[in-house]
Each structure stands twice: as C-alpha cells, then as structure tokens.
Design a protein around this ligand. Structure first.
Ligand code: FAD
Length: 316
C-alpha cells in the first residue's frame, strides 16, 4: 500500500522506521535482528536508505595507488522486497541521483515495480567522498526534482525509449526530503522552500523531514510550508541520541542544531549509558508532543539503536 493511503486511512498517528542495508559481508540476518524487536509496533512502512558507490585509493605492494569502486551497503531494492516478504509490511526504498544515470534509474524503478514496491523516497544524495560538491553522473540527474520528474513520467507510462507503444504505467507514491533547519547548500530558507514547493507541484505526495531535536523547528517549518501553499503531509524524522560524540558529529554531518537543554544534559553525562537515558527521555518527550499535535506519522531513524526506539514507542 502507498504511504499516502496509510496516512489517509489512519485514525491516529502512525509509526514508521528507517534502516540501513547491512554492511557488505554481514548478511541480511543482521538486519532482521535489528528489525525483529520493532515489528510489534506494527509500523505503517519501513524505509531503506541508499548508499552510493565510493571511489577509494588502495595502495599496491609497489607503493603505487589503484582507484577502486567500493559499495559498502548494496542491495536497497532487494532488501525492501525481503522485508516485505518476511514481515508483510510496506517498504520505501530511497532512490538517489548520485551514482546513477537516467537509464540505470529507469531500470531500478522497473525492478521495484516488478517487485510490487509502490513507494519511493526521491533524493539527490550527497557529494561522493572524493568530491567537494555534488556532481551528477554523465546523463544523470543534478537535483531530486529531475529524478522526481522521471518517476512522474514513468507513472504516466513515459519511458526513456520514446518509440515504446502501449506502455505500462507504474504507480509510485513519491516522497521527498524537507529541511526544518534549511538544506546546508541553500542560500536561505525561502529559496529552499521554493525548491521544495517545486517538488510538490511536480507531483510529490508527501515530505519526510531531516532529523530535528527541537519540535518548534518542525512546527515553524510546517507553518512556512502551509504559507507557501504546500498541503501534503509532512512527516517528522526523529533520531535517538546515544553518544557524547554526537554532540559535534550530528551538527557537522546533518547541519542541524542541538538545543542547549539537551546539549547541557549530555555534556553532564559520565558514560554513553547515561547519554542513552537522556537521549531516550528527549526522544519520548519529542514524540509525545508531536503526537499530541496530530502529526501523521512518527518516522524514526533507528540506525544502531532499535531498542531505544522500541522503548519510546512502547511508552507512547
Ligand atoms: P534537492 O531537493 O535536489 O536539493 C538539494 C539542494 O539544491 C538544496 O539546497 C535545494 O535548495 C537546492 N535545489 C533544489 N532544486 C534546485 C534547482 N532546480 N536549482 C538550484 N538549486 C536547487 N542521502 C543518501 O545518499 N541516501 C539516503 O538514503 C538518504 N536518505 C535521506 C532521507 C531523508 C529523510 C533526508 C532528509 C535526507 C536523506 N539523504 C540521503 C540525504 C540527502 O540526499 C541530502 O540531504 C542531499 O544533500 C539533498 O537531497 P535532496 O533530495 O533534499 O536534494
């Protein structure tokens, strides 16, 4: 079922989870072990992130370097199908522009359609580790909106080979990303909002936000979206905080602020177990407040700490 239909049919706030594909060499059991404790909460859908290939330089015995392509977490599409099959739950594969040309994107979408997956979260992706800014592939997409257009076209039966006749239409429900604290490359909130609105006008069905730790940021973002004429559901993305290191890593990686109250509490912690307690309480308070304010779905980035998310959802 489509994410948008889950939201339309819901009588209360739903929950959804986001997972990473296992590291290459780990096998899918590691992912099942991660998901098992979360399935009692009957998530409406499970997102699976996408990780592009990276170019790395490996040193040869003679001291020279060799450029090799490494994909640490392959398999997003097949993992979605495996999760659907094992748990009978809808899945949302993330699809990115980076590392794909338009033909590979079309093939990926056709594969997802054959697998019975009706949802995609359409993203640009970040710059590869060896790039200073995002570079599309030759014949690839530069912005999420271009990838979105390709999905919208396929939903209308428009394939890249324009001589195909009587084509089959795909039926993807399309999500896009939104940034309550602004995307780091956007010059200001208004410009970022214009591009977000463009994605919605082109046919995106809903927005999932970047993580935030201050609900007021989410509420202001929702208001700004509504003022800009965006009417689609806006799903808050939530992440548990569990190490002191995240105090600096999260702002640096995701370009978000941690509220002073949270940062001060974490700074006082003597161990990562103490941080987990603070992080869990914060996540629970955030979740309760968002639920009280009628958000459609609480979307948890479960990465690495499914038991913290499980404790919070159980309390809700
Ligand atoms: P876009 O919508 O293309 O926006 C990127 C920037 O370009 C913004 O600053 C925007 O304002 C600007 N912009 C947009 N359109 C135009 C235009 N036409 N002209 C000029 N400027 C424009 N990354 C992964 O690699 N894999 C994942 O699985 C993944 N999952 C994510 C899930 C969520 C919920 C979120 C919030 C992010 C995720 N990301 C993931 C990270 C995401 O790929 C990055 O944040 C990326 O830098 C931007 O992606 P986007 O889809 O928002 O890009």
């Amino acid at each position: 079922m489509k994410v948008i239909d889950h939201i339309k049919n819901a009588k209360d706030t739903l929950v959804s989870f986001e997972v990473l594909p296992p590291l290459k060499g780990k096998g899918i059991e590691a992912l099942y072990n991660h998901l098992d404790p979360l399935m009692e909460f009957k998530p409406a859908f499970i997102n699976v992130t996408y990780h592009r290939s990276e170019h790395v330089f490996k040193k040869n015995a003679d001291g020279s370097f060799q450029k090799v392509v490494v994909r640490k977490r392959p398999g997003t599409e097949s993992i979605c199908a495996a999760i659907m099959n094992k748990y009978d739950v809808d899945t949302v594969p993330h699809l990115i522009c980076g590392g794909f040309d338009i033909n590979e994107t079309e093939d990926a979408l056709i594969n997802l359609h054959y697998l019975g997956i009706d949802n995609v979260l359409v993203l640009r992706g970040d710059a590869a580790k060896n790039e200073t800014s995002f570079e599309p592939e030759p014949r690839g997409h530069r912005y999420a909106s271009e990838l979105l257009q390709q999905v919208v076209d396929l939903n209308a039966g428009i394939y890249l080979e324009d001589d195909l006749k009587n084509t089959h239409k795909t039926n993807f429900c399309i999500g896009v990303a939104g940034y309550p604290e602004k995307h780091f490359e956007a010059p200001n909130m208004d410009t970022d909002m214009d591009y977000l609105k463009r994605k919605i006008d082109m046919g995106a069905d809903y927005i999932i936000t970047q993580m935030f730790f201050d609900n007021e940021k989410y509420y202001s973002f929702v208001k700004a979206c509504r003022d800009a004429g965006i009417t689609v559901p806006i799903i808050p993305g939530l992440k548990p905080i569990y190490t002191r290191k995240q105090l600096t890593v999260l702002p640096k990686t995701f370009h978000i602020d941690l509220p002073a109250d949270l940062a001060n509490e974490i700074a006082k912690c003597k161990s990562d177990e103490d941080v987990e307690k603070v992080g869990e309480e914060w996540l629970l308070a955030q979740s309760r407040d968002l639920k009280k304010n009628g958000v459609p779905v609480l979307h948890y980035y479960t990465l690495g700490r499914p038991h913290m998310v499980a404790n919070v959802v159980r309390e809700l």
